[in-house]
Design a protein. Structure first.
Length: 227
């Protein structure tokens, strides 16, 4: 399942984050890639150890915790510390798949990447190209979102970023290890949660049928969650 999560950050938060990021020291993006994706990748990144990246990453993690849609869809167990990339002057990232296991430089965080996320930090009208193309069994999906919006997609998907031919595209990207490893189970739980929330708005949280459905949701989560 691919999910667009609007307004993870407000425009004011994006502007503040960008001030710190734009002033930081960017390096060649191949510092984080495996050998296969290094061939396909042409961009710049902030080093993991960059104070600007760490500070911005903390802000993003805080915002994710406050996003009910993100929590419901990802059922996050561990969120990898957010990284930052910038594409300009024709830079692109050709077709690739993200590594299954990601670990931070010092090895303090190691996760299985169940989900990939891109948080857009540049308004779409400020650059040309730079679409994220994600392939699944329904074909290729083109994603280019307003600044502050996030796209969540299965880390098992083949994807690419098309060349940026005008302006610069700055984004944050990271991976999530979910409490529910199986994509189908996770999607089912998300659909059920969304339906329960919508129903609660119509019939009230204390309707006996809703209590029963909520119980079924939690019992499925109990059955499938690995902590
Ligand atoms: Ni990728």
């Amino acid at each position: 399942m691919m999910l667009h999560i609007p307004e993870v950050l407000t425009k004011a938060q994006v502007a503040e984050l960008r001030r710190g990021l734009d002033a930081a020291q960017w390096v060649d993006g191949n510092v984080t890639s495996g050998s296969q994706s290094a061939l396909a990748k042409r961009n710049e990144q902030l080093p993991e150890s960059s104070p600007a990246a760490r500070e911005a990453g903390e802000r993003i993690l805080d915002a994710l915790e406050r996003s009910p849609l993100f929590v419901s869809a990802a059922l996050p167990q561990i969120v990898f510390p957010p990284l930052f990339n910038r594409y300009a002057g024709g830079q692109a990232f050709g077709l690739h798949i993200d590594n299954a296991i990601r670990q931070t430089r010092g090895g303090e965080t190691r996760i299985r990447s169940d989900l990939s996320a891109t948080l857009f930090l540049t308004e779409p009208e400020d650059y040309d190209g730079g679409e994220l193309l994600v392939e699944d069994t329904y074909g290729a999906h083109e994603v280019k979102l307003p600044a502050g919006d996030l796209i969540l997609y299965p880390a098992s998907s083949v994807h690419q970023v098309t060349p940026v031919t005008r302006g610069a595209r700055v984004s944050s990207f990271f991976w999530i290890q979910s409490m529910v490893r199986d994509e189908g189970q996770r999607t089912l739980l998300f659909q059920m949660d969304v339906a329960i929330q919508q129903l609660a708005g119509r019939v009230g949280l204390d309707a006996p049928e809703l209590i029963s459905l909520t119980g079924a949701y939690h019992n499925l989560l109990r059955m499938w969650a690995e902590l």
